[in-house]
Design a protein around this ligand. Structure first.
Ligand code: BG6
Length: 485
């Protein structure tokens, strides 16, 4: 009889996750070119329409570049990791991090996306970051593309809508694989690849005025990303023996609103639409349920000879995903609407919600882990999870974020259960171990960190770092390998 795994495996990778465009700043330093993220303005809450005012047109880009737009662009400044990475990594090391998830900003390496030669200064910056991590024995987990397509590729090709972009991405990946082959073993090809469906600009650098037939453009662009991801998986394995290359999904487990079969079917369909992405990455082919979806929506994917073989031959080594919430769906008009990460749903009466209306569901994480493992039998990696909340700084500078500790404790406890259920889980990187700019709203006040950063929504602050209560708590979690929660 095989042994039941009680507790986290010995070499479990505990850490935190970030993205260059929300963290680094220095958008115009070290030879970096502009990226799509540098064009996203902060919109104060009262003027915001939904979470995702992130679709951008050619005209808007021209206006921004011509200096005609009087907005703030917080992702250009991030929280200045570019200049403070030593201090930040020392704090991660103090918490005992085993892994640090970060992304390489593509436009630091190829400023226009299609340059003949890479930018040496950009390459040097990541050399220094990886060396610093290595000093503390922290393993880097690197996302190649996390919502930061070089703006040049958007302007020239309408981003991933064009097949042309595949070769530039492959060249970029080949460059960084060769450069960092002795420093980085874990790679992710695209952050939350499914986000393209909800925000083509964010996921694919596609402009809103060049999106006549949205579904057609989006699924074609996704095909380009699937092929690019498989080509890069192949390259990574060739250049870095022993490397582990994964995909990354914004996982949204869907629940039926009631046991009415119509609701159950609706939720089954939602799950398929979400798992389509990992199906292609992990099984190496398009699932048959998509044939019907494509036919009914007049979507025709144009493929080149060899594409199917590439997808089949270079599947991922592991599946990573972000987990913030579950979705509840109904076949009819029942139910009260609720907010969510990219996609809402209806209110689940059994769940509480965050300050931003995202429903909190720790058991849903165990369900998600079991569901993904049942389906693929590949190792899983939770590369984002956490609570975006308003923090209150006390007069003595402390932040008592018990709500964040409670959230994380409950989720980690469910991970432990899933491991006992038989799930193979490589690691856990909570989102934003240090406060950083919000992806969806570009706010600073939506904080996830164990480390507080003195910066507000208007861009004012010293940028000083300080420890929240959750800092000491997470340190104990890691030191006890998840035994002390
Ligand atoms: C994920 C993204 O969707 O959610 C991150 O990969 C993002 O980039 C995170 O920051 C949390 O979302 P938000 O909008 O609260 O920053």
């Amino acid at each position: 009889m095989a042994k039941v795994q009680n507790g986290f495996p010995e070499h479990f990778l505990w850490g935190g996750a970030t993205a260059a465009n929300q963290l680094e700043g220095a958008y115009d330093q070290g030879g970096k070119g502009l990226s799509t993220a540098d064009m996203i303005a902060y919109v104060p809450k009262e003027k915001r329409q939904g979470d995702h005012a992130m679709e951008i047109s050619t005209e808007r880009i021209s206006g921004i570049l011509a200096g005609e737009v009087n907005d703030r662009f917080p992702k250009r400044e991030g929280v200045d990791f570019y200049h403070r990475y030593k201090e930040d990594i020392a704090l991660f090391a103090e918490m005992g991090f085993k892994v640090f998830r970060m992304s390489i900003n593509w436009s630091r390496i190829f400023p226009n996306g299609d340059d003949a030669e890479p930018n040496e200064q950009g390459l040097q910056f990541y050399d220094q970051v990886f060396d610093e991590l290595n000093k503390y024995g922290i393993e880097p987990l690197v996302t190649l593309s996390h919502y930061e397509t070089p703006l040049g590729l958007t302007q020239k090709y309408n981003g991933w809508a064009s097949r042309e972009v595949i070769q530039h991405y492959v060249k970029y990946a080949e460059t960084v694989f060769n450069r960092y082959k002795n420093k980085v073993k874990y790679w992710l090809t695209f952050n939350e690849i499914n986000v393209m469906v909800f925000s083509p600009y964010t996921g694919g650098g596609i402009l809103s005025d060049r999106l006549e037939n949205k579904l057609q453009t989006v699924y074609q662009a996704l095909h380009h990303q699937f092929v690019a991801s498989a080509l890069v998986t192949k390259l990574g394995h060739e250049i870095i023996p022993g490397s582990q290359i994964g995909c990354m999904l914004a996982r949204m487990e869907s629940y039926p609103h009631t046991c009415n079969p119509a609701d159950v079917r609706k939720s089954q369909q939602e799950n398929q639409m979400n798992l389509f992405f990992t199906d292609v990455h992990a099984r190496g082919k398009y699932p048959r349920y998509m044939d019907r979806y494509f036919a009914e929506n007049n979507i025709e994917i144009s493929r080149e000879p060899g594409d199917d073989e590439i997808l089949a031959a270079h599947t991922v080594d592991f599946i990573s995903f972000s987990y913030y919430m579950t979705l509840t769906v109904s076949a009819g008009p029942e139910g009260e609407a609720t907010a969510g990460n990219l996609l809402g749903g209806i209110k689940n009466p059994y769940l509480q919600a965050s300050d931003w209306g995202w429903q909190i569901d720790p058991v849903g994480l165990r369900i998600t882990l079991n569901h993904l493992y049942d389906r693929y039998q590949k190792p899983l990696f939770i590369v984002e999870n956490g609570l975006g909340a308003y923090d209150q700084v006390e007069a003595d500078g402390s932040v008592h974020d018990q709500y964040r500790i409670d959230y994380l404790r409950q989720h980690i406890a469910e991970m432990k259960e899933a491991i006992k259920d038989g799930v193979e889980l490589l690691g856990y990187t909570s989102w934003g171990p240090i406060d950083l700019v919000s992806m969806s709203t570009s706010e600073m006040s939506k904080r996830y960190g164990f480390i507080y950063v003195d910066l507000d929504d208007e861009g004012a602050g010293t940028l000083n770092r300080s420890k929240k209560d959750s800092f000491e708590w997470y340190k104990k979690v890691i030191a006890s390998n998840g035994e002390i929660l």
